[in-house]
Design a protein around this ligand. Structure first.
Ligand code: FAD
Ligand code: NAD
Length: 442
C-alpha cells in the first residue's frame, strides 16, 4: 500500500499541493476534500467575467474533477465538508453534503488549504438579498445573474481595496452607476500620495463617486445609509477584506500565527509534524523584514501549495518568502506595487528615502507613449532597494516585476540603476522609467 495524503481545499493552494504530491510520490493515494462544487478556478478573473456579456463561468475553471482524476490521478471529492481533524489518530472527519452522511478517513500526511473568507462587518441589512460578497465562483455567478435578471442601475461598493476598485470598473462596464464608501481616509492607504491622487483621478474621470472616512450605518432595501450621506443602491458589494479559514487547524491544536493564519515554517509545515498548510489560510515570511506576515494572494497560494506538497511527499523544498508584489487594473490604468511602502519601511526601523518621478512608457520619438509615475523607496543606511509603486496607462504591470526581481534578490539601488534592461523605442526610453527612478534615488 502506498501513502495516503489528504488535502483539505481544492482551489489554488490545495490543487497545487495535490498535483506536486502525485508527481513526486506516483504510487500515492491523493484525496482532495472540497466543500464547494468546483475546484481549481481562477477567482481573480471574476470581475472581468461579471462584466463580459458573453462570460461563461466554465472558462474560469482551470481543471475539472474529471481531469484531476484522469490526467493527474488525484481523487477529488467535491461537496465534502471537513468537520474536524484528529492529529493523534491521523484522521479527518467530514460530511458528504449531498447525502448528508458523516464519515472519516485516515491519512499519512495532511495538507490544509482552506483559504480565506470575506470579512462581513456587523452592519444591519448585510443579509439583504441584493448584498453580495465576491470570493467563490458561486458568488461571481450570483452577482452576474442578479445584474442580468434584476437589471440594477445603482451599485454601492463598501471598501476601496483590491476587490472594491476592480469591481468599480466591472460594474461600470455593466452600465451601473457606482459609489464607493471606504472607512479609511484614502484608497491603498500606504501608497505614495501622488500615486493615490492618480488613483482618485482615475475613479473621478470614469464617473465613480468615492467617499472616504465613511462609516456604513445601515443597509436598507434600496439604499446604504452612511456618515457621508445616503446612497441609492440596487446592488451592494461588500469588499471589506478577508480572514483566514484557520478554525479547523486551531481546533486540532495547531498553532496560529500572524492575523490568525496558520503558523508554518519555511517547509509550510505546521506546529504538528506531518501536517502542512498553504495559501490564504497560512502565514508567510517577508523577505525584507524577516517577519511573519499575511498575504492572501493567488501568486503566494500557488507557490506555497507546491512547497507544501513537495515536503508532504518528503522532497525537501523551502518557501523563499514574499515581498508583497501585487497589481491591478483600474479602468485605463495599470497599478502595481512591490516591497515595502514608506510607512512600512519607517515602522520596520529602516532609514528610508522615497522619490517620485514621471517618465515616458516609450521613446521620445515614438508616437504611442504615456506617462508612468514611479514611487521608489531605498534605505539610506544599507543602500538597499526597498519598495516601488507605479501607475500608468501601459507598461506598468510587467515593469513592476523587474523591480520585484531586484528587491527579491536584495539588490542595492545603485546595483539596480545599472541593470542591463532591453530597449527599443516602442517599449521604453533608453533609460527605462524604473532605472530613471533608481538613478534619482541613488
Ligand atoms: P481559496 O481560493 O479560498 O480555496 C480554499 C478552498 O477550501 C475553498 O474552495 C473552500 O471551499 C475550501 N474549504 C474551506 N474550508 C473547508 C472545509 N472545512 N472542508 C472542505 N473544504 C473547505 N490574487 C492574485 O494574486 N492576483 C489577483 O489578481 C487576484 N484577484 C482576485 C480577485 C478576486 C475577486 C478574488 C476573490 C481574489 C483574488 N485574488 C488574487 C486572491 C486569490 O484568488 C486567492 O489568494 C487564492 O484563491 C487563494 O487560494 P487558496 O487555495 O489558498 O484559497
Ligand atoms: P482589501 O483588504 O484589499 O480591502 C478592503 C478594504 O475595505 C480596505 O480598504 C478597508 O479599509 C475597507 N473596509 C473594511 N471594513 C470596512 C467597512 N466596514 N466600511 C468601509 N470600508 C471598509 O480586501 P478586498 O478588496 O476584500 O480583497 C480581498 C483580498 O483579495 C485582498 O487582500 C487581496 O489579497 C486579494 N485580491 C487581490 C487582487 C489583485 O491582486 N489584483 C484583486 C482582488 C483581490
Amino acid at each position: 500500500m502506498g501513502n495516503r495524503y489528504v488535502v483539505i481545499g481544492g482551489i489554488a493552494a490545495g490543487m497545487s499541493a495535490a498535483s506536486r504530491i502525485k508527481k513526486v510520490d506516483k504510487g500515492a493515494e491523493v484525496i482532495v476534500l472540497e466543500k464547494g462544487e468546483f475546484i481549481s478556478y481562477g477567482a481573480c478573473s471574476m470581475p472581468y467575467y461579471i462584466a463580459n456579456p458573453d462570460g461563461d463561468y466554465k472558462d474560469l475553471i482551470v481543471l475539472t474533477v474529471d481531469d484531476a482524476r484522469d490526467k493527474r490521478g488525484i481523487d477529488v471529492r467535491t461537496n465534502h465538508l471537513v468537520l474536524g481533524i484528529s492529529p493523534n489518530e491521523k484522521r479527518v472527519f467530514y460530511k458528504e453534503l449531498i447525502s448528508g452522511k458523516e464519515k472519516s478517513i485516515n491519512y499519512d500526511r495532511l495538507v490544509i488549504a482552506t483559504g480565506a473568507s470575506p470579512v462581513k462587518p456587523p452592519i444591519p441589512g448585510i443579509d439583504n438579498e441584493n448584498v453580495f460578497s465576491l470570493r467563490t465562483l458561486n458568488d461571481g455567478v450570483a452577482i452576474k445573474k442578479f445584474i442580468e435578471e434584476k437589471k440594477p442601475k445603482k451599485a454601492v461598493i463598501i471598501g476601496a481595496g483590491y476587490i472594491g476598485l476592480e469591481m468599480a470598473e466591472s460594474f461600470k462596464e455593466s452600465g451601473l452607476d457606482v459609489t464607493i464608501v471606504e472607512m479609511l481616509e484614502k484608497p491603498m492607504p500606504n501608497y505614495n500620495g501622488e500615486i493615490i491622487n492618480s488613483i482618485l483621478k482615475t475613479l473621478e474621470g470614469n464617473g465613480v463617486k468615492a467617499y472616504f472616512n465613511t462609516t456604513v450605518e445601515r443597509i436598507d432595501n434600496d439604499r446604504v445609509i452612511t456618515t457621508s450621506g445616503e446612497f441609492e443602491a440596487d446592488i451592494v458589494l461588500l469588499a471589506t477584506g478577508v480572514k483566514p479559514n484557520s478554525k479547523l487547524a486551531k481546533d486540532a491544536g495547531i498553532e496560529l500565527g500572524v492575523n490568525g493564519a496558520i503558523a508554518v515554517d519555511s517547509k509550510m509545515e505546521t506546529s504538528i509534524s506531518g501536517i502542512f498548510a498553504a495559501g490564504d489560510c497560512a502565514e508567510s515570511i517577508h523577505r525584507i523584514t524577516n517577519r511573519k506576515t499575511y498575504v492572501p494572494l493567488g501568486t503566494v497560494a500557488n507557490k506555497q501549495g507546491r512547497v507544501a506538497g513537495l515536503n508532504a511527499a518528503r522532497e525537501l523544498a523551502r518557501f523563499p518568502g514574499v515581498i508583497k508584489s501585487a497589481e491591478f487594473k483600474l479602468f485605463d490604468k495599470e497599478v502595481a506595487s512591490c516591497g515595502l511602502t514608506l510607512n512600512d519601511a519607517l515602522n520596520e526601523g529602516f532609514d528610508p528615502v522615497e522619490i517620485v518621478i514621471t517618465a515616458s512608457s516609450a521613446a521620445h520619438g515614438y508616437k504611442y507613449k504615456y506617462p508612468i509615475q514611479v514611487a521608489m523607496i531605498g534605505d539610506k543606511k544599507t543602500g538597499k532597494l526597498l519598495g516601488c509603486q507605479m501607475i500608468g496607462k501601459t507598461g506598468v504591470a510587467h515593469r513592476i516585476n523587474i523591480v520585484a526581481t531586484a528587491i527579491f534578490n536584495g539588490n542595492t539601488v545603485k546595483e539596480f540603476s545599472m541593470f542591463d534592461l532591453a530597449y527599443a523605442p516602442p517599449f521604453s526610453p533608453v533609460w527605462d522609467p524604473v532605472l530613471v527612478a533608481a538613478n534619482v534615488l541613488s
